[in-house]
Design a binder for this molecule. Sequence first.
Ligand code: EPU
Length: 444
Amino acid sequence: MTSILRVEGGHPLTGTIVVRGAKNFVPKAMVASLLGNSPSELSNVPLIRDVDLVSDLLRLHGVEVEFDHKRGVMSLDPRNVTRAQRSDIDALGGASRIPILFCGPLLHQLNEAFIPELGGCNIGGRPIDFHLEILRSFGADVDKRPDGVHITSPTGGLQGTVIDLPFPSVGATEQTLLTAVRAEGRTILRGAAVEPEIMDLINVLQKMGAIISVDTDRTIRIEGVEELQGYSHTALPDRIEAASWGAAALATRGDIYVKGAHQPDMTTFLNTYRKVGGAFDIDTEGIRFYHPGGALKSIALETAVHPGFMTDWQQPLVVALTQAQGLSIVHETVYENRFGFTQALRQMGANIQVFKECLGATPCRFGQRNFLHSAAISGPTPLHAADITVPDLRGGFSHLIAALAAEGVSRVSGIDVIARGYEHFTIKLRQLDARVEYIGSIVQ
Ligand code: EPU
């Protein structure tokens, strides 16, 4: 069952909303608690589905998880970690990609781990080859069976290693960190991702007793230690959610103060926002994003790993680009299939064409393959209401923005997907004077 949201568009979003801890950090910090010999406390935790899911997975493994939603404070006690039933892991695993990050900590705690069929957004093949190669490199035995991947650690435990990543993958970097901190000896990871969420995971691990250094050339060095303790930490804010509301302000000609938005993690987004013609004011508590009037400008944009323009910012911004004067080009270099959401935007009147070629200065690894990974957006085109179905998390939020910008009444189904990563999004929409209401559910 999934809910349908009725959206009466054509009204600027105005007001203040609060953004809490990052969806792409909090679940990983929760997994890190498994490595400690004492309880951890995490603050600024949002009430989103991915957090619920990881709480359930941790509980299955004997971790006591308590979450005070209102205060956003979570305590995690890993002192009684136990094996979980595979069928129980399976039942939860399919909704997210986080279960794969349990491997290192569980190998250290129990000498075995199990990866079920993984979920997450359908934005490309999303293989796990880097992860399995990394675990093998630490000495783990990786056995792919029809029911999932079974992993065991050798007698004597995991050994530090040298890893060269073929692409600065966020998940593979996290896999390495969560495994290396308690492996014997030194691990060197070259070609690492250095996203702010990864830096905050390093902060957490350092508080737990890990020894980790990050060089300017994407090399991370980890000295394994025998024991780690619990941590107390406040999660960095969600820069994807903050940017999504920024894009919503632009597309609806609105004015949104995002309390909690943090400038240092959003420099590249803010530069692009300004180039498009959006305005922002930064203070110590957040960022005000607004449409200053006049025409928006077209741009050429490439997504990239940090410190480049995030792939997760691309989808919400594309909606605003449909309202910019002239031809915008967006080259997606992180995921091969992240333009599926543009189909609904075309249905709503946007003029968007997608291409297999690399339409950007940097030829990417998708250029020689059959992937529609570049888009040309010609504007401005008025958007009109439509009945649309949410394809994935960020694409879904983009659909919501498009419906809010479009004249008329849209019906957006599959809306529940958005709750995976956007806390209280319908409450926030109402705080911004959006005219939205749930009108029922359908079986998917
Ligand atoms: N890749 C491989 N093999 C692997 C792992 C990754 O080929 O074993 C490829 C992927 O297919 C992709 C690229 O490497 O083309 C980058 O993937 P990465 O591993 O960096 O992504 P991830 O860790 O699976 C996280 C976020 C994504 C975000 C990306 C990039 C989480 C739970 N997910 O995914 O977030 O887009 O990093 O920043 O942290 C979202 O929030 O909507 C979302 C999809």
